[in-house]
Design a protein around this ligand. Sequence first.
Ligand SMILES: Nc1nc2c(c(=O)[nH]1)N[C@H]1C(S)=C(S)[C@@H](COP(=O)(O)O)O[C@H]1N2
Ligand SMILES: [Mo]
Length: 202
Amino acid sequence: MVTRGFVGRRRAPGDTGTRLPPGQYLTQDFPILQIGPNPEVDLATWRFTLREGARPIKSWTWQEFEALPRTAWHGDIHCVTKWSKFDTAWEGVSVDDLLADAGIAAPTDYLLAEGYDDYTTNLPVADLVGGQAMIATRYAGAPIEPDHGGPARLFVPHLYFWKSAKWLKGLRFTRKDEAGFWEMRGYHMYGDPWREQRYTGD
Ligand SMILES: Nc1nc2c(c(=O)[nH]1)N[C@H]1C(S)=C(S)[C@@H](COP(=O)(O)O)O[C@H]1N2
Ligand SMILES: [Mo]
């Protein structure tokens, strides 16, 4: 039960000013944003695949994926629609550990993250390695709910949250920086919340 007293003690932390990127406001709830309905994702047939262009490099079943080394992350997330949420806790497999398990170094400098709903978003590989990103499977100590991209979503907290593709199906390495779904529709190619890179030209 959430009592009035408990709610009353919840307030923005004292360092909100330094933790909130320009133009953002702090929210306590967790908004759900996506281009369509949740795709059906069955763990029995779930696959996560690394590709270079059309060529598959390696695929993992859910069981194989769950056996990979685990990473935890705690911190703040920022959505281009201007909400930020502090102190979120995620667990999953870092992109570093994934590449190590595949036995490869990234073959190109860019990739497209692809969702089971055919959503795509582009990222520089340099922003995903070095402990900066993971394929998250748990949020706040429980499996990620379908509404937030479960069973597995990309998680790149230093960029606006549209870069964190939900229902992740794979990562496709590309020779050039190719625009994804929102980037083709006017969103910024990179999306740094601290430089307020919301739209093309920001
Ligand atoms: N597969 C997929 N991933 C997606 C989206 C989507 O439509 N499909 N929307 C993006 C957008 S615009 C945002 S702001 C975040 C929202 O994540 P949330 O619903 O967990 O808050 O997911 C991103 N990842
Ligand atoms: Mo978004």
